[in-house]
Design a binder for this molecule. Structure first.
Ligand SMILES: NC(=O)c1ccc[n+]([C@@H]2O[C@H](COP(=O)([O-])OP(=O)(O)OC[C@H]3O[C@@H](n4cnc5c(N)ncnc54)[C@H](OP(=O)(O)O)[C@@H]3O)[C@@H](O)[C@H]2O)c1
Length: 299
């Protein structure tokens, strides 16, 4: 089977098309004939060794496709079902066949494209879990740091649907889109705290950071650390007194998200769809760190 991954830990030059054995669904897993794959910052982090020396490995942690076989102990799915979900071991989706965790999979309604469904487990799932963890009441103000990316756009939409006011930092090219989703966009960089205070004169009740580093340090003081969450820089958010976001990774969350997409209430903003042969270009589009919405591969 022709898959895209890497054989040694390192930079982009470590990526290549690999010839690997077809996977087999293990207990609690589905084997899925892949139609679309989400591309995430976690993919290049895996290649760089952030999760240990996992090489050789196939990239891709979330897919949509057709169930080919069921592993032992799986119920609720049948061969031929259209599904989407997360891959075990957070790898394996950049391939025509991929293992998917049945407990982190859901059926894909025909109204939702494979590309739109494929990107829900990681980005929209994290957005959903972050709002659960922050647990802000209606009318509270949420700052989303890095609001124009794969996680940022769903968190803005889900937060607005929960009745939150949202201020989002983003580069100016993304401001009109954010304003259209009901957020108040703010440019990041020097003076960002003053601009946020002007946009939210009554203060900020929660911060969800998607950037990390100095960008996280810049905004951390705006909020009680108990209401500071980051999935971009876990060591720093803990140092600042905040926390990461515990992931739910359940079929129930995926079903809730795909129903919102089907109802037109959540747009995952799939902005770039690359053919499988251009998997490297898709990775570079995400690794640049300034993606607008989601990037996917179509198989
Ligand atoms: N469960 C998890 O642990 C989990 C899950 C998903 C994602 N993540 C992490 O969360 C982070 C974001 O993921 P993503 O998928 O949303 O990434 P993404 O699609 O690449 O989006 C990141 C966004 O940040 C913006 N940005 C870059 N520098 C910025 C700055 N200094 N201030 C404000 N915004 C800035 C970028 O665009 P502009 O600069 O053009 O505005 C871009 O829209 C990544 O670090 C990823 O690894 C973790």
């Amino acid at each position: 089977m022709r898959a895209y991954g890497f054989t040694t830990i390192g930079g982009p030059s470590c990526e290549e098309f690999l010839d690997v054995p077809e996977p087999v669904a293990g207990p609690g897993e589905l084997l899925v004939r892949v139609r679309a794959v989400g591309v995430n910052p976690g993919d290049w982090r895996l290649r760089e060794g952030a999760y240990g020396d996992v090489a050789p490995a196939v990239l891709g942690r979330e897919v949509a496709g057709t169930v080919a076989t069921l592993g032992p102990g799986v119920s609720g799915f049948a061969v031929g079902d259209e599904v989407f979900g997360g891959c075990p071991d957070m790898q394996g989706g950049f391939a025509p066949l991929a293992r998917v965790t049945a407990g982190f999979a859901a059926h894909r309604p025909s109204a939702v494209s494979p590309e739109a469904a494929a990107v829900l487990p990681v980005a929209a799932g994290t957005a959903y879990d972050a709002l659960t963890a922050l647990d802000l009441p209606r009318g509270a103000t949420l700052l989303v740091n890095g609001a124009g990316g794969g996680v940022g756009l769903p968190v803005v939409q889900l937060a607005r649907a929960r009745g939150l006011r949202v201020v989002g930092t983003a580069s100016p090219a993304k401001h009109a889109l954010l304003a259209g989703l009901g957020a108040t966009p703010v440019a990041y960089g020097a003076g960002v705290v003053e601009r946020i205070r002007a946009a939210a004169p009554d203060g900020v009740d929660g911060v969800f950071d998607l950037v990390g580093g100095d960008a996280l340090r810049a905004v951390a003081g705006l909020v009680d650390p108990k209401r500071l969450r980051s999935v971009a820089d876990k060591p720093l958010v803990r140092e600042l007194g905040g926390d990461e976001v515990p992931r739910d990774r359940s079929s129930a969350v995926l079903t809730a998200l795909v129903e919102l997409v089907a109802a037109g209430e959540l747009d995952p903003h799939v902005r770039e769809v690359f053919p499988f042969d251009e998997a490297g270009a898709a990775m570079r589009a995400v690794e640049g760190g300034h993606a607008l919405g989601k990037v996917t591969l179509r198989l």
